[in-house]
Write a protein that binds this ligand. Structure first.
Ligand code: CMP
Length: 142
């Protein structure tokens, strides 16, 4: 039997504001993810800057930070086998125009920036991003 893996996800401000959070959570559960930890929060400027620091040099960085702080988000720890890759499959391509049918971004994203959901891109990133938002007790609860 393969090992369960955890990954980190954010339902972004566009999807929360348009009332799609419940549908996205359903889709994730139907795709085999267990919700390990979940919290609604509003990112501060410095949290959003820190979280996306890897994109600091990109032309869209300041716009991305502004978007991610414009309203509430839902941060989550998700678990299943091969969670990092499977979540990226369920999310679809960054640009909803290129996302496959039935994916979160095809169904709910507005644009390449306002793209409804974030998911960690590798197991190492998942570990860092989970620690950014959750403590070890929250991540190890049954
Ligand atoms: P995410 O998976 O959270 O990782 C970085 C985010 O930057 C991405 O989703 C989009 O919200 C945003 N992004 C990526 N590429 C672009 C782009 N070309 N223009 C604007 N925003 C982008």
């Amino acid at each position: 039997m393969s090992e369960k893996q955890k990954t980190f996800s954010i339902i972004k401000p566009d999807a929360v504001a348009s009332g799609k959070a419940g549908k996205i959570l359903s889709l994730l559960e139907e795709s085999g993810f267990r919700i390990v930890a979940l919290r609604m929060t509003k990112l501060s400027q410095s949290q959003a800057e820190g979280f996306y620091a890897v994109h600091r040099e990109r032309p869209f960085y300041s716009s991305l930070v502004k978007f991610m702080t414009e309203g509430p988000v839902i941060v989550m720890a998700l678990e299943r086998e091969d969670a990092v890759k499977k979540l990226r499959d369920v999310m679809g391509a960054t640009n909803p125009a290129n996302a496959a049918e039935g994916t979160v971004r095809k169904l709910f994203a507005e644009s390449i920036e306002r793209n409804a959901i974030h998911g960690s891109d590798a197991p190492e990133t998942a570990a860092e991003e989970l620690k950014f938002f959750f403590n070890s007790v929250e991540l190890n609860q049954l």
